[in-house]
Design a protein around this ligand. Structure first.
Ligand code: SF4
Ligand code: SF4
Length: 419
């Protein structure tokens, strides 16, 4: 069989097992084949042609969230994310999944990365929302089908689209110009967070440009093993974001998109026309929390009360980009807000791109673990820095009958400035 990886990359793993406690699927199941070390063994066996690509092997590899918690924990510097991203396209060309799984994957990947298609799909729901019927319909379905409470919770409570002009000037003197990646899902399902991102950037003196020809970063396709589509989307974004200023930042408010953009150099390393341009774009990527934390933040209006906030680390921010302090600093800077510790703050919530659609059973188990940790923390509000995590956590909390709000850090900041 053809190799999908240079063998030395698989040999980096010394099988110490120190990554096990950082792996959500191992923590849940306790099985070696669902641990990072076990999966690396499986990949090596596939590459050496000493095991057969069957339902069981694919099941263990599919159950991996790609959260990269194992990378943070690994003392040997194993780049697990690159391993799993290499094996997935290889599997897709050799293994035929059951028809129901193929249909679900096709539907997800044919819609989510394309903003226009997603908007068309959401149009009837938006009409119901405008007529004031959506919330009632949602409640009725919840009552009639209690087992769908969690799945229904994965649809945001508001379907407001982001309306952002191509250029939005900073308030007062502009000290920096940044280009904003809005991508595909964010402006359609998390419009308020996109608008709050722009608002907070303007507050700290940033003029925001929103290139019109941009699109999906490619992360959804990449994680599903469709590397060619991810490369096509990456090339389109390079064209959209290229500028003569090599330092002009590209701001991202979705952790998975930021991590993907930062890896464009590797994704297009063998493309003579785009490789260098991809590396230049990757070097300009900043998470919104990094830019805002570098501030300076203008003063907030005084607090009207106090609030305990637990912070959940999005995997692709903490593990893939190493950003943990900036979002916590911002929450702590809001008057009246106190950060409280939460168990397993950086263990995946089960959102992981479209994982909660493709692997709903494990996604539910992981979010139930998070809900227990949130409950034990005594938090009044949960903060995170990725809208997909916020939605997953909120769906988990609602399914347990808890009304604790979950907010993106930029939403908390924008609300604090408005009060
Ligand atoms: S990426 Fe996440 S789920 Fe996959 S092996 Fe690593 S820690 Fe486990
Ligand atoms: S991935 Fe790293 S931490 Fe995990 S078993 Fe291999 S060497 Fe040890």
């Amino acid at each position: 069989m053809a190799a999908f990886l240079p063998p030395e990359q698989l040999l980096d793993c010394v099988h110490c097992g120190l990554c096990h406690s950082a792996c959500p699927t191992y923590v849940e199941l306790g099985t070696e084949a669902d641990s990072p070390r076990g999966r690396i063994h499986l990949m090596a066996a596939l590459q050496d042609d000493t095991c057969t690509l069957d339902d069981t092997i694919v099941g263990h590899l599919d159950l991996c969230l790609g959260c990269r918690g194992c990378e943070t924990a690994c003392p040997s510097g194993v780049r697990y994310g690159a391993l799993i991203e290499a094996v997935r396209p290889w599997i897709e060309t050799r293994y035929r999944r059951p028809a129901t799984v193929r249909i679900r994957r096709w539907a997800t990947l044919a819609v989510l990365p394309y903003r226009g298609r997603l908007a068309a799909l959401l149009a009837p729901l938006r009409l119901l929302e405008r007529l004031g019927l959506l919330a009632g319909l949602r409640d009725a379905v919840r009552r009639l089908f209690p087992s769908y409470r969690y799945v229904l919770g994965l649809l945001p409570s508001s379907l407001a689209r982001a309306v952002v002009p191509e250029r939005v000037p900073a308030y007062g003197t502009s000290r920096q110009t940044a280009r904003l990646l809005v991508g595909c899902v964010m402006p359609e399902l998390f419009g308020t967070t996109v608008e709050n991102t722009v608002e907070v950037l303007r507050k700290i003196g940033v003029t925001v440009l929103v290139p019109r020809r941009q699109g999906c970063c490619g992360a959804l396709s990449l994680h599903a093993g469709d590397r060619e589509t991810a490369r096509r989307l990456a090339r389109a974004n390079i064209e959209a974001f290229e500028t003569s200023d090599p330092l002009a930042p590209i701001v991202v408010n979705a952790a998975g998109c930021g991590a993907c953009l930062r890896e464009y150099g590797e994704l297009l390393a063998d493309d003579p026309r785009y490789a260098a341009r991809a590396r230049r774009l990757a070097a300009r990527v900043r998470d919104v929390t990094e830019i805002v934390d570098a501030g300076p933040l203008p003063p907030f209006p005084p607090a009207s009360g106090s609030c305990r906030v637990a912070y959940h680390d999005p995997c692709h921010l903490a593990h893939a980009q190493g950003i943990r302090d900036a979002p916590r600093n911002l929450v702590a800077a809001i008057p009246g807000y106190t950060l409280v510790p939460m168990e397993d703050e950086d263990l995946c919530c089960g959102s992981a791109g479209h994982y909660n659609v493709m692997q709903p059973a494990m996604a539910r188990r992981l979010v139930a673990r998070k809900v227990a940790a949130i409950r034990a923390s005594g938090a009044d509000v949960v903060a995170t820095a990725n809208a997909g995590c916020a939605l997953q956590l909120e769906a988990g909390l609602r399914a347990e009958g808890l009304e604790i709000p979950v907010r993106h850090v930029v939403d908390l900041l924008a609300d604090a400035y408005r009060r």
